[in-house]
Design a protein around this ligand. Structure first.
Ligand code: ZN
Ligand code: ZN
Length: 55
């Protein structure tokens, strides 16, 4: 993996800015879930590789 790679929102693929969140998947705890401010506000679903989906 490249070190300086920008983290992108998992839902819309935008670069994460202020008010974005990164957290571990609550189901498997292995994958980082990344969400931008926009996707948090509109409540876009995220999906982990393990199959977990959340609001
Ligand atoms: Zn987004
Ligand atoms: Zn997971």
């Amino acid at each position: 993996m490249r070190k300086n790679e920008k983290i992108r929102c998992q839902s819309c693929n935008e670069e994460l800015g202020q008010n974005s969140v990164v957290f571990k998947c609550p189901s498997c705890g292995k994958r980082d879930i990344t969400r931008c401010d926009h996707c948090r506000k509109v409540g876009v679903k995220y999906k982990c590789e393990c199959g977990f989906e959340g609001p």
